[in-house]
Design a protein around this ligand. Structure first.
Ligand SMILES: [Zn+2]
Length: 774
């Protein structure tokens, strides 16, 4: 299936070729070679195993970063650097140390997007609507303390970690004496090459980025040692490019059928050399342009000036995944002094005629900043005044912002800017919402009163109320709202119920809330959930061989045909596979409706343990757990992506389990069998039947506009929710409907190219359809 997320993790992982990239000075453009050498490296099983473990750690870090599940650092990651000139003259030390710092300054600008020529992106940006420039939170710093002893007697404590005349790696590119450092090795590598790097590199091993004599640093170089930057690769950017490889970045080009795994770089078949003109290089999709401004293309130093945001996200995740291997206590660099402002309450709601509102503004000094920072507020509501207590801070703490003279403000929303002025200037905004009166009482919309055979999870909808900031939704199994009572506060005019008891009557009502008070309750409605039965279906396509040789992924499919028509309320799946190194496997279940769920992601349990004997159940108590004894994936666990996206679909038709061995050239096994347990409502109501049987969606794939048509026999609203494959709600819309034919062109907005689940709900019935956005 197509699985293109912001960053396609799998394609990064499947790129198991160890690319030693090189630049050639003799060709008309930079060239990259030595593929044969890289393949040699991967023939070493120990190397290949280490590669997989490194990539699994990287992938885990990348996933964390992508979902924002980590504390965004204020201070950068400081990367300890050592520079080695094995063939240079000791008498040239001052020049060589300055040249090393010059190259580090270039890297600090290029990786953080602070290079002056990034301004060139302003003119380019209109041709790249899906691309933004990126900034990695790195600070490269040449080590100055705790140097390795006995390697270069002229390298002194307090001075930079620059070796001259030291035979790094005994002539190779890796040196365990320099484990823990980001090594740059500058020497005559011959062959007309500019430089090369492992893809990715290991700080723990003491790997280096190796540069030829004419491609390190900028300016005049150090002629006495034969190290002179040569045009047009004389701005230090060969090092930026090679270091990109060291940090797990591929070229932006390849072929149109493979990608660099990064969604915000257009697919690009061939490299660009020289200095192409804007809008002159159509990409694989001719409506897109090739990203020849990226450091990961082959253009001249003066014509490459950016990483994309997707590229710096990869580089950051890779560096974070290897950060623990950096040698401690060797650098004395620190980030530039600065400060960070946040607020604990970014929004306050007041009811007229309230006179004041207060906000807590938190202040964190960074980079050793001890200067005082003074606070001001601008963009105030008409007539309002602002005060801060205290008025300034010079250490971590908080200040209270009080807005006064608010009692005559008109109802509405106001945004106030809070600015701190100290060693730098930073701003944040806070919101003030002024309510004029208690909101009116909502009227309930869906499901229809006394609806029967509803799903066991459903949306409760009511009319939106102007001026309401939230709603309280109450549910119970009696009209007194005392039995099985629940109360939830939501901010939109809809509530998605938790899983309810089957064949049970529920009562529900809603009131609206703002800072002035609460409305009375709406009229009470009731609905009755359908009765549920569970059936297990076993595969008959069993005992399928998974080969241990080959060049392309082994894809095994096994189909279960279900002839009964039940609306799914819960689905679990049990899978049994014997396979050496189970981390090679990916498991995906596809419904007759075309919905696919990846239950096990390739390389999830990648420590070399064998076999899969697992039951996937959304209600299992734990996440995916990898075992170090077989089976690698076992027990009753939650799938990687929720199986609940099948809920609401019909059981009728072919269910396909796809098991993919992503490392075809080694480690085989046998796909033994699988089963799916489906719980569902046993009969279809007339309305449900009409939605399921008459629904049409077109075009699919689409560009973001999709037509939805089906027959309805009610006047209930049609709710359209769009989810990504991880089950996250992306877009939510509601449409009026009258009995007859519902037919609407729905705008889904500006979306990443990917597969999504479109969920259509009418009168308590839900149908989920897989759609592709191009
Ligand atoms: Zn390269």
């Amino acid at each position: 299936m197509i699985k293109k997320t912001t960053l396609n993790v799998n394609s990064i992982l499947l790129c198991i070729v160890f690319v030693m990239c090189a630049f050639s000075t003799e060709a008309q453009e930079r060239t990259c070679g030595m593929v044969e050498y890289m393949q040699e490296q991967m023939k070493n099983p120990e190397y290949a195993k280490q590669f997989k473990i490194t990539q699994a750690k990287f992938k885990k870090q990348l996933e964390k970063n992508l979902i924002g599940n980590y504390n965004r650092r204020v201070d950068p990651i400081i990367i300890p650097v050592a520079v080695h000139y094995p063939e240079a003259q000791e008498s040239d030390r001052a020049c060589l140390e300055a040249l090393a710092q010059n190259q580090i300054d270039i890297l600090n600008e290029d990786f953080t997007g602070t290079n002056p020529d990034i301004a060139g992106w302003t003119a380019a940006a209109p041709y790249y609507p899906n691309t933004n420039t990126g900034a990695a939170n790195f600070l490269f710093c040449i080590a100055t303390t705790n140097h390795p002893i006995g390697l270069d007697s002229d390298m002194v404590e307090g001075g930079p970690a620059v070796t001259i005349g030291y035979n790094f790696g005994n002539g190779n590119e890796t040196d365990s004496n320099w484990s823990g450092y980001m090594n740059f090795l500058v020497k005559d590598i011959g062959g007309g090459l500019l430089g090369f790097s492992p893809y990715p590199g290991s700080i723990a091993n003491g790997d280096s980025v190796t540069m030829n004599l004419g491609a390190f640093g900028s300016g005049a170089g150090c002629p006495n040692s034969g190290i002179v930057p040569g045009a047009p690769y004389d701005l230090g950017r060969t090092v930026t490019h090679e270091l990109g490889h060291f940090y797990n970045l591929d070229h932006v080009f390849g072929s149109c059928s493979t990608d660099d795994g990064i969604a915000d770089t257009p697919n690009q078949g061939n490299s660009n050399g020289g200095c192409p003109a804007l809008n002159s290089e159509p990409a694989c999709d001719p409506t897109e342009q090739e990203l020849f401004q990226s450091y990961m293309d082959y253009t001249n130093d003066a014509c490459m000036f950016m990483f994309s945001a997707g590229q710096t996200t990869v580089a950051e995740a890779y560096v974070m995944s290897i950060q623990s291997t950096f040698k401690p206590n060797v650098v004395q660099c620190s980030a530039a002094p600065d400060f960070d402002l946040t607020t604990t309450n970014s929004e306050e709601n007041i009811c007229n005629p309230t006179n004041t509102a207060a906000y807590t503004i938190n202040y964190v000094a960074t980079g050793g900043n001890t200067d005082a920072t003074t606070f001001t507020a601008t963009n105030l509501p008409p007539g309002a005044t602002a005060s801060f207590s205290p008025t300034s801070l010079s250490a971590d703490g908080s200040t209270q912002l009080t807005l006064s003279n608010l009692s005559t403000l008109a109802s509405g929303n106001y945004t106030i800017t809070v600015t701190g002025t100290g060693i730098t200037t930073n701003s944040i905004s806070v919101d003030l919402n002024v309510d004029g009166a208690i909101p009116t009482t909502p009227s309930l919309v869906s499901p229809a009163n006394s609806a029967t055979d509803t799903p066991i999870t459903l949306n409760l909808d009511w009319s939106p109320i102007t001026g309401a900031t939230s709603y309280t939704v109450e549910m119970a199994t009696n009209t007194a709202f005392t039995a099985n009572y629940t109360s939830n506060v939501v901010t939109n005019n809809s509530f998605n119920t938790p899983e309810l008891t089957s064949a049970t009557q529920y009562f529900w009502r809603v009131k609206s809330i703002n800072s002035c008070g609460e409305s009375s309750y709406s009229a009470t409605r009731n609905f009755t959930t359908a009765s549920i039965a569970c059936v297990t279906y076993n595969s008959t396509e069993n005992n399928i061989n998974i080969p241990s040789t080959g060049n392309t992924a082994h894809v095994i499919t096994s189909t279960i045909n279900i002839t009964s028509d039940t609306t799914i309320t819960d689905l679990n799946s049990t899978i049994n596979i014997t396979h050496v190194w189970a981390g090679d496997m990916e498991l995906m279940l596809t419904s007759p409706n075309g919905t696919s769920v990846i239950m096990l992601v390739n390389s999830k349990c990648d420590d070399g343990t064998d076999d899969i004997a697992v039951t996937y159940n959304d209600q299992a108590t734990g996440p995916v757990i990898c075992s170090s004894t077989a089976p690698s994936v076992g027990g009753i666990i939650q799938p990687e992506n929720p199986l609940s996206v099948f809920n609401g679909e019909s059981t009728f038709g072919d269910w396909i389990l796809t098991a993919t061995d992503g490392y075809p050239s080694a480690d085989g096994g046998t796909f033994l069998n699988y089963s799916i347990e489906i719980c569902g409502t046993t009969s279809l109501s007339v309305d449900e039947f009409s939605l399921a049987s008459s629904l049409s969606l077109w075009p699919n794939p689409s560009q973001g506009e999709i037509n939805v048509s089906f027959n309805t026999q009610n006047n209930d609203a049609v709710n359209v929710n769009l989810y990504d494959l991880r089950g996250r709600l992306i877009n939510k819309q509601s449409f009026k409907n009258t009995s007859g034919v519902f037919n609407k062109a729905i705008q889904l907005g500006d979306l990443e190219s990917s597969v999504y689940i479109l969920s259509i709900e009418n009168a308590g019935q839900i149908i989920n359809k897989r759609i592709i956005i191009e």
